[in-house]
Design a protein around this ligand. Structure first.
Ligand SMILES: [Zn+2]
Length: 202
């Protein structure tokens, strides 16, 4: 029996075989009545909505300036891409590459894969190349570190603020929203995708 096909009661440790439930139905422990699990398919709606919102926040974050710096009457705007290329050409190529992967590439792959897999499951279809997609997702999730990037930007802005006029741009708001959304998304269990895919038609 696969681990996903049994349910253990949190309260009294009674072991149950999982059964398919109607939407929004709950399974209760036969011994003590504690809720064991709910039909998780309904969570996919909210999950998909959050990934689509993340994709929009990602675009806002990356297509707009993060910051505008005013110094002696001159003003400069910088987006994440401009900041990364400036870091690269200043000779810190490894730093630029690592930042690009963790703040740019990995979140993009993660949001894209989750959106596609969830959209298929929402339609009751089994996503193509599901195994490869899930494998990539599990490995990429810990490396998508928008929150670390966000913290770095805030520290840099506070330091710069002493010497120059720093105006946060729309890109920074995009990253703030993206950080919150990705943190919520991290609470969703990838096993739920497998369970739904097993029931979906190929
Ligand atoms: Zn129980």
């Amino acid at each position: 029996m696969k681990p996903s096909s049994i349910a253990v009661c949190e309260h009294c440790d009674a072991v149950h075989r999982r059964v398919h439930l109607a939407p929004r139905a709950r399974a209760h422990c036969i011994r003590c009545g504690t809720v064991l699990y709910t039909e998780r398919r309904r969570h996919l709606d909210g999950w998909l909505a959050l990934t689509i919102a993340s994709a929009i926040a990602y675009l806002v974050a990356n297509l707009n300036p993060i910051v505008e710096i005013q110094l002696r009457g001159e003003s400069t705007q910088a987006s994440l891409f401009q900041a990364l290329s400036a870091t690269w050409y200043s000779g810190a190529e490894p730093v630029a590459a690592l930042a690009a992967l963790c703040a740019f590439v990995f979140p993009l792959v993660r949001i894209g894969l989750e959106t596609v897999v969830l959209a298929y499951l929402q339609l009751g279809r089994r996503p193509p190349a599901l195994r490869a997609a899930m494998h990539t997702l599990v490995h990429i999730r810990p490396w998508s570190m928008v929150e670390v990037f966000m913290l770095g930007v805030v520290v840099a802005l506070v330091k710069l603020g002493g010497e120059t006029t720093v105006i946060p741009g729309p890109g920074l708001a995009g990253f703030a929203v993206l950080t919150v959304l990705l943190t919520i998304l991290a609470s969703f269990d990838p096993d739920t995708l497998w369970e739904n895919a097993e029931r979906a038609t190929p």
